[in-house]
Design a protein around this ligand. Structure first.
Ligand SMILES: Cc1ncc(COP(=O)(O)O)c(C=O)c1O
Length: 378
């Protein structure tokens, strides 16, 4: 048996072992073709079947309404931060609305706002920060609620990041907000890179949902975009053809060669997810894992997490040792105990346990057990 450790990496992150095993078993000769999945045409019958099955499973898992397209693209979520304004800001020469609103709740929404602002400014507008939970020291301990947002009268769209991977802040849009934005002829564009598929989601509250795959979906290399049909035709005339959502949608994500291996592995992850009972079943396990870890942290004298309980992420749990001089020892000992990748992001320091779908309850129990013992011996 190969040696597998408990992997708490933030992304690229743990994949379910059965997925890796299936991939291994199919690697050299994919379904009797005599070649691997990486070595065949993306337009051939064999790959087309894999692709369609994968996209359908994604739609089923999230209950994506029929009036939304699912696109598989490249360039990551950071690429989409530019691709989105190019697809949604329209033609400035025809007077298209160039006002974007952004909610800031952590490092990823900061990045998105900065990129959006460049494109909005090029068209004579701007990307306005309408709420910001930075306490002034770079700490983000809650998600700004919509009743505090300084919404523009008619923003072209509103950027949110619903799970801030670095700061461990999570939030979902309420229906009342979706309704309010409809009244303003606007909609939400949500970066869900790090919690997509962690629980059921009402897709219809968002105009666009996007993210990189390398947390809950599969390996890096594929980017998902879920976009409402009526938003597919608002491109800036200079939007690159390969990143033009209309082109991508009309060509079943094969306007250019898609990342075939990553999409195939995403399909295996979706199969695994469905076998676990889908996202509702996943949510139960995810809640159990998060509760176990946060409750332990809250009741300990050595560890702390400062995020307000209501907004704590079920996927990314940053925590700090009250005595920071123990950090190096904590990391060395946890690694030796088979618990990998617990070092916090350099922006916030401390530790972070990313407990995505593929990280089992057993892994979180082992982490808590280790933390307990480390606390007792220090
Ligand atoms: C919430 C969020 N957005 C964006 C990104 C960047 O994604 P990519 O590297 O795929 O561009 C990440 C990556 O960690 C993330 O967690």
């Amino acid at each position: 048996m190969p040696h597998r450790i408990f992997n708490f990496a933030a992304g690229p992150a743990a994949l379910p072992t059965p997925v890796l095993e299936k991939m291994q078993s199919e690697l050299l000769d994919f379904q009797g073709t005599g070649v691997s999945i990486m070595e065949m045409s993306h337009r051939g019958a064999v790959y087309t079947e894999v692709f369609m099955r994968t996209r359908e499973a994604f739609r089923r898992l999230l209950n994506v309404p029929e009036n939304y397209q699912i696109l598989f693209m490249q360039g990551g979520a950071i690429g989409q931060n530019a691709i989105i304004p190019l697809n949604l800001l329209g033609d400035t020469s025809k007077g298209a609305n160039q006002t974007i609103d952004s909610v800031i709740a952590g490092a990823w929404s900061v990045k998105t706002q900065k990129e959006a602002d460049r494109y909005a400014k090029a068209g004579g507008g701007s990307c306005k920060i309408i709420a910001n939970s930075d306490d002034g020291s770079g700490k983000f301990l809650y998600y700004p609620e919509p009743d505090t947002w300084q919404l523009s009268d008619k923003p072209a769209y509103v950027n949110v990041c619903t799970n801030e991977t670095i700061h461990g802040v999570e939030w979902f849009a309420p229906q009342s907000l979706a309704d309010e934005l409809v009244a303003r002829d606007s909609f939400l564009v949500a970066d869900m890179s790090s919690h997509i598929l962690s629980r059921p989601l009402d897709v219809s509250r968002y105009g666009v949902i996007y993210g990189g795959a390398q947390k809950n979906i599969g390996p890096a290399g594929v980017t998902f975009v879920i976009v409402r049909d009526d938003l597919l035709d608002r491109q800036h005339p200079l939007c690159p053809s390969a990143f033009n959502w209309r082109n991508v949608a009309d060509n079943d994500s094969m306007f250019n060669t898609p990342p075939t291996l990553s999409i195939y592995i995403a399909g295996l992850v979706f199969e695994w997810l469905e076998a676990q009972g889908g996202v509702a079943a996943m949510a139960e396990v995810n809640d159990t894992k998060a509760k176990l870890l946060y409750e332990f942290i809250d009741n300990s004298t050595l560890y702390r997490n400062d995020v307000q309980p209501k907004y704590r992420s079920c996927m990314n749990v940053p925590f700090f040792l009250r005595d920071e001089s123990l950090n190096a020892e904590f990391l060395a000992q946890s690694q030796a105990a088979g618990l990998a990748a617990l070092k916090g992001h350099k922006m916030v320091g401390g530790m972070r346990a990313s407990i995505y779908n593929a990280v089992s309850l057993e892994a979180v129990q082992a982490l808590v057990e280790f933390m307990k013992q480390f606390e007792q011996s220090h």
